[in-house]
Design a binder for this molecule. Structure first.
Ligand code: GLN
Length: 276
């Protein structure tokens, strides 16, 4: 047994991580290592840490210092009202994507048995948030990758959501001949040669969840192109996208005869969701 106390270990760890969140992140990694709640940590600040725990914590700390995303190291991320499991097969849900959920809910009556498809569901963030807020809705969540879909299924089970269904497949092939009142997607939308893919969290996230062709719009073109075949008349299509893609996507939607086309901005006043 080492003589290092919890409080000391945390202090040292925080000093080794960059950024304003260092202290919070060190805490999260230690909570994950010890499998305890935050309150426990403070009640036991002067306890010595077992060597095995220290070693496991040290490994996580090193990975975090190398840039591995915190969400992957602790295997969880909060999104909307849900605590979700994530792993390297899933994109890490972003707060910006909550705008997509908000905009979807604004168009989904609570007292109707609407059908929604979330294409490229990843961890299930968008599909499960909608399903939890609209118990009468049926949400079909798709992803092309089996291991990714497995995470979404686990998340649905963990939250007891029985109104979500899962299908594996490439965009519309996963939907078969079904039609929906709404299709939502946070598809890959980054240009394949965008240097941001080599930076920050993006370096560690699944490339198929991020990049989509020379201008980043390949997936979005495909989704818009096939939407009419899978929407009921008057149905909605909502897409998340990059801050500089709003106009291009409005044009694509209008060319595909969508009406009431508009772009909604995120909290940073950047174009983020376009719908029609
Ligand atoms: N729908 C998931 C999310 O919003 C995954 C998106 C993706 O992998 N591009 O987090």
């Amino acid at each position: 047994m080492s003589t290092v106390k919890i409080a000391e270990l945390l202090r040292e760890a925080a000093a080794r991580l960059p950024g304003e969140e260092a202290r919070h992140e060190a805490e999260q990694l230690l909570l994950h290592t010890l499998g305890v709640e935050r309150a426990w940590l403070f009640a036991h600040a002067t306890d010595a840490v077992a060597d095995a725990d220290r070693q496991r914590f040290e490994l996580l700390l090193q990975r975090r210092a190398e840039g591995h995303p915190l969400a992957y190291l602790v295997g969880r991320r909060g999104f909307w009202t849900l605590d979700l499991e994530v792993n390297v097969a899933t994109l890490i849900p972003r707060p910006e994507t909550e705008l997509l959920v908000e905009q979807a809910l604004a168009r989904l009556p609570a007292d109707d048995m609407v059908r929604v498809a979330d294409m490229g569901t990843g961890s299930g963030a968008v599909a499960l948030s909608i399903a939890s807020e609209r118990p009468l809705a049926t949400v079909m969540a798709t992803d092309v990758l089996g291991p990714t879909l497995a995470v979404a299924v686990k998340n649905a089970q963990a939250h007891g959501l029985e109104n979500v269904w899962f299908r594996r497949g490439h965009w519309y092939t996963a939907l078969g001949a079904d039609r929906f009142d709404m299709i939502v997607s946070n598809p890959p939308y980054i240009a394949a040669d965008d240097p941001h893919l080599q930076q920050g969290d993006l370096r560690f996230e699944p490339p198929p969840a991020l990049a989509s062709g020379a201008d980043g719009l390949d997936a979005i073109r495909e989704i818009i192109g096939g939407a009419h075949e899978h929407l009921v008349p008057g149905g909605w299509l909502l897409l998340e996208h990059g801050w500089d893609q709003g106009q291009a996507i409005r044009e694509l939607l209008e060319q595909a005869s969508f009406v009431e086309v508009q772009t909604v901005q995120d909290m940073e006043q950047r174009d983020r969701v376009t719908l029609g």
